[in-house]
Design a protein around this ligand. Structure first.
Ligand SMILES: [Zn+2]
Length: 278
């Protein structure tokens, strides 16, 4: 602003543009982060910085959270999905938000989809997760959208307050996989199946989807723990062991299943993870 064109260098212009376009924190994002931090404090006793929440979605420590989940969580933190409230910003005069007609909920928010909705399959998915988790003997946390978005910072501790790495990892895997599955089921039904109530995902369908998602993670874990293949980048086999302890088969039985596919952990065609999402 105010620079004469003939005196303007590229560097000056660049600096000026940089200074002007510094992004302001978005109000919705700030509010979502604030709520997520409060819930994390309640669950872990530590109030993390907003930066720590973003980092937990970017670094993907020990391959616990998938890239797909992180993209979903990142966008949800920005309230970037076109759900209920989105329409408020589009047209301030518009009275009717996008409701969830099936539940007679006034707004179809991400929290509604994950926690209350009767057509997203959430209830069954969370019940199955709790069933798996019950093998660990630890308490299952109360799940809201904030628990899901801050999942990378959740911890499980023993009675002396020591963080249990394996159990922490399993909890993060279960919550993130379930939340992402619920979101996928909701989108498939609403968009792919036209929101037709006669075409809701059936109970066996949902069970199979969750089982497939969890066994995929189990197989990938053991594949990534392969020192010959990954050297120093391999996952710590002891942490992988501790993650699935009591909950699922160990490395040896997975090897056997891969030889005789389809027994416990899925079919031969899906046994080898491909691409960036493995
Ligand atoms: Zn609903």
């Amino acid at each position: 602003m105010g620079a004469a064109v003939h005196a303007l260098t590229q560097a000056t212009a660049y600096r000026a543009i940089q200074a002007r376009s510094a992004p302001k924190p978005r109000r919705n994002t700030e509010r979502m982060l604030e709520k997520t931090r409060a819930v994390l404090e309640e669950l872990t006793g530590v109030n993390p910085t907003s930066g720590a929440i973003w980092t937990s979605l970017r670094r993907r420590k020990m391959a616990t959270l998938t890239q797909k989940f992180c993209a979903y969580a990142w966008r949800s933190l920005h309230e970037g999905y076109k759900l209920g409230k989105y329409w408020d910003n589009i047209d301030a005069l518009r009275e009717d938000r996008m409701p969830c007609l099936e539940c007679e909920a006034p707004v179809e928010s991400m929290d509604h989809i994950l926690r209350e909705c009767r057509v997203s399959g959430q209830e069954l998915v969370w019940n199955l997760a709790k069933e798996i988790w019950s093998e660990t003997g630890h308490e299952w946390p109360y799940i809201t959208v904030e628990t899901v978005l801050g999942v990378g910072l959740l911890t499980v501790k023993d009675e002396n307050g020591k963080v249990l790495r394996g159990r922490t990892r399993l909890l993060q895997i279960l919550i993130s996989e379930c939340a992402h599955l619920i979101w996928c089921l909701r989108c498939e039904w609403r968009i792919g199946r036209g929101g037709d109530l006669t075409q809701l995902h059936t109970e066996p369908e949902i069970r199979n989807r969750l089982r497939a998602a969890v066994s995929k993670r189990l197989r990938i874990d053991w594949a990534l723990a392969n020192k010959q293949a990954y050297g120093r980048k391999a996952l710590n086999a002891r942490v992988v062991e501790a993650t699935w302890f009591k909950v699922a088969a160990g490395r040896e039985s997975i090897r056997r299943d891969l030889v005789a596919p389809g027994v416990l952990v899925g079919t031969a065609s899906s046994r080898r993870p491909r691409g960036r999402n493995r």
